[in-house]
Design a binder for this molecule. Structure first.
Ligand code: AMP
Length: 285
């Protein structure tokens, strides 16, 4: 496994791999690698000849009052964690390498980027799409793996790839959870033991929603109400949003009839903002 820090070198490696006919699988991350990331890497290993994992805490996707400075960083530990998973390259560039002086090009997926998480994190998805475009151009993968945990991100990246005719196949992998249901996240490290317990309300609310849906409740307003009710039983939880939306355009739905819908939440637990989601699939779809 080689750790590559310059995009010029990474680009030269991927160019050579492509000339050799190798299929490159890519997992973009911000590091602080956990079981969710490792599951993406394992899936990549199954499909690709060469596995590239990027570790880059992307400054342009954080707002001025967000946790960019506090975000956990430990490259040596991350390298250890993936050492036995068959990762060929870790691409860990500096911010100066990715955003060279004079940098001025941005990629933005209109509409989808202003909804759900985009409504409270202005510019977040513009930063994500820009860095993912750069990483795709440097790593030149055949496949790129993303987690369902960040459902809106996957939907936006898929749209970007389609609109811009970027020749990368996007694969979305299921959310990995702790044994008690909490979605694994680098931000869980910010929770104190009490908050960690409170954070279970996200999974509880989504499970209750899935249960009601399975019992035949397809009215989105009533499902939302029940989610809010479950969340309100947790005094530490402050809801950012609860959304029941189409998985194509993230527009709210009233009744879940034919097509799968995304039920997505963002909830503050103390100073930590957590997200989670579930997809409801009507039987006839
Ligand atoms: P991040 O390092 O948070 O930017 O995440 C990098 C990738 O890992 C993204 O595609 C995330 O959706 C994915 N990911 C994060 N948490 C999980 C999880 N619990 N299960 C599956 N994928 C995840």
């Amino acid at each position: 496994m080689e750790i590559v820090t310059r995009s010029s070198r990474m680009r030269a490696i991927s160019q050579k791999l492509r000339e050799e006919g190798k299929r490159i699988g890519f997992v973009p991350t911000m590091g602080a690698l956990h079981d969710g990331h490792l599951s993406l890497i394992r899936e990549t290993r199954k499909m690709a000849d060469v596995v590239v994992v990027s570790i880059f805490v992307n400054p342009t996707q954080f707002g001025p009052s967000e946790d960019f400075e506090q975000y956990p960083r430990d490259l040596a530990r991350d390298a250890d964690r993936v050492a036995t998973l068959g990762v060929d390259y870790i691409f860990a560039p500096s911010a100066e390498d990715i955003y060279a002086p004079g940098f001025g090009t941005w990629v933005e997926v209109a509409d989808l980027s202003n909804k759900l998480c985009g409504a409270s994190r202005a510019g977040h998805f513009r930063g994500v799409c820009t860095v993912v475009s750069i990483l795709f151009n440097v790593v030149r993968p055949h496949f790129a793996f993303f987690g369902q945990k960040d459902a809106q991100q996957s939907i936006i990246i898929k749209r970007m790839v389609k609109d811009l005719r970027i020749g990368v196949e996007i694969v979305v992998c299921p959310t990995v959870r702790e044994i008690d249901g909490l979605a694994v996240s680098s931000r869980n490290a910010f929770l104190n033991p009490e908050e960690r317990q409170s954070a279970l309300c996200l999974h509880r609310a989504l499970s209750r929603c899935s249960e009601l849906f399975a019992e035949g409740q397809h009215n989105a307003a009533l499902l939302s109400q029940e989610i809010e009710r479950v969340l309100s039983t947790e005094p530490q939880a402050k809801v950012d949003y609860v959304a029941i939306v189409s998985i194509d355009d993230l527009e709210p739905v009233e009744t879940i009839e034919k097509n799968p819908v995304l039920v997505a939440l963002a909830v503050w637990i103390g100073k930590t903002r957590l997200i989670d989601n579930v997809v409801l699939i009507p039987l006839q779809s």
